[in-house]
Design a protein. Structure first.
Lengths: 160, 235
């Protein structure tokens, strides 16, 4: 558990104790609502997680690296942006992977496109985002994130 | 049964995919399950407190405060606050969903919601440290600054064409036995007249009061459902 996750636990527990001290009933109600919220999201979250597992089994991290290496720059950039959008790879795997690509100066633009869509665009989390925020919001946020990720990667190519 | 499948189509598809894979390619199915393990741990470490925190903030912070600090009038200060909130929080992007939905219901602007969501996903200090380690400080700082500019720009773009009503989906939060399609509801108050113990009108829309599912009087509920002029009540 990193320090940020830990401080969120501390903050939430402290807040709960303070809340309980101030108003028992309100706190009980809040905890009940938290449970309801959890129940309503649990199924979607588990589905997303098992989908990620499935996607990663079909597109392992190593094959992404060889994809970026082998294609022409344009195809590699768009392609890796799409792969980044549909996968969710933890930072401790993604950064070393991209690091080797960039240090070999293979294709910086494609590598950045992949890194940026990896975090900003979430195709696997889309069903949940749609459920919580509505279709228009979810589509707009993901499409705009995708476009801007490409722009960022192109700019990085110029700046680096 | 059919209704249940329809409501959880996504889950059903995933389960079917796993069953198919187990039959035709067992090793790949096992790899998939193992891959999922990491994400389950990541979720369990953060989601319980996210739900508690969201519910507590919902209880103790009033609408006026949220509107003042994150609402449409909060200008650049609100956006900076949104940025800080998103950056210091931990967890995957979907952990930001319940908090953002709650903040929006209490008057936070679309722009600030998008900023929180995006920075939550992108700006993570442990991740930035990792990036420096493998790609160098120069690389990290340029990508970080460009990403921030991009987030602020597309948050403003979204703010210009997404309306607050677009976010009001069928009570995604409290879907117990009864749901109201907020977008369809015209706030006529007939449901409240038919079953005042269950329905209330707040902000020109009907809401479900917080009562236990087992306490719901089915006859009165059916009567309310039948009489809703826009058929916005769903069981």
């Amino acid at each position: 558990m990193d320090i940020f996750t830990l401080s969120m636990w501390v903050l939430t527990i402290a807040f709960s104790i303070y809340s309980f001290y101030k108003d028992k009933d309100k706190t009980k109600n809040a905890l009940k609502n938290a449970l309801k919220m959890g129940k309503s999201m649990a199924l979607s979250i588990f589905s997303i997680i098992f989908l990620i597992g499935l996607v990663l089994a079909f597109i392992p991290a190593q094959s992404i690296a060889s994809f970026i290496e082998s294609q022409n720059p344009f195809v590699a950039t768009i392609g890796s942006a799409f792969i980044g959008a549909i996968t969710l790879i933890p930072a401790f795997i993604a950064f070393p992977l991209v690091g080797t690509l960039v240090n070999a100066s293979i294709n910086i633009v494609a590598a950045v496109a992949f890194l940026t869509t990896l975090t900003m665009v979430g195709i696997v989390t889309f069903p949940l985002e749609k459920k919580e925020f509505g279709l228009k919001f979810a589509i707009s946020r993901n499409v705009l994130s995708f476009i801007f990720a490409i722009l960022i990667s192109l700019l990085m190519g110029v700046l680096l | 049964m059919i209704k249940k499948i329809k409501n959880n189509l996504f889950t059903v598809i995933i389960i079917l995919a796993y069953i198919t894979l187990l039959i035709f390619n067992k090793p790949l199915a096992i790899t998939s399950l193992k891959n999922s393990g990491y994400y389950i741990k990541e979720m369990l470490i953060i989601m319980p407190i996210i739900f508690v925190l969201t519910a507590l903030l919902d209880t103790w912070i009033n609408k006026e405060t949220i509107m003042k600090f994150l609402g449409k009038e909060s200008k650049i200060k609100g956006s900076l606050l949104a940025f800080v909130l998103g950056s210091v929080s931990a967890g995957p992007i979907y952990a930001a969903f319940p908090i953002c939905v709650m903040l929006h219901k209490k008057g936070a602007s679309i722009k600030n919601i998008v900023i929180i969501l995006s920075t939550w996903a992108v700006v993570k200090v442990p991740m930035l440290i990792n990036e420096v380690k493998f790609l160098g400080f120069h690389f990290m700082i340029i990508r970080w600054v460009l990403t921030l500019i991009a987030i602020f720009v597309f948050a403003s773009i979204m703010n210009s064409f997404i309306k607050d009503e677009d976010l009001l989906v069928d009570e995604a939060y409290y879907d117990g036995k009864v749901n109201i399609n907020i977008r369809a509801c015209i706030g006529c108050g007939i449901c409240k007249a038919k079953y005042p113990e269950l329905f209330e009108i707040d902000g020109k829309k009907a809401h479900i009061k917080d009562i236990e599912d087992k306490d719901i009087d089915n006859a009165k509920l059916q009567n309310a459902i039948k009489n809703c002029p826009v058929k916005a009540i769903k069981e």
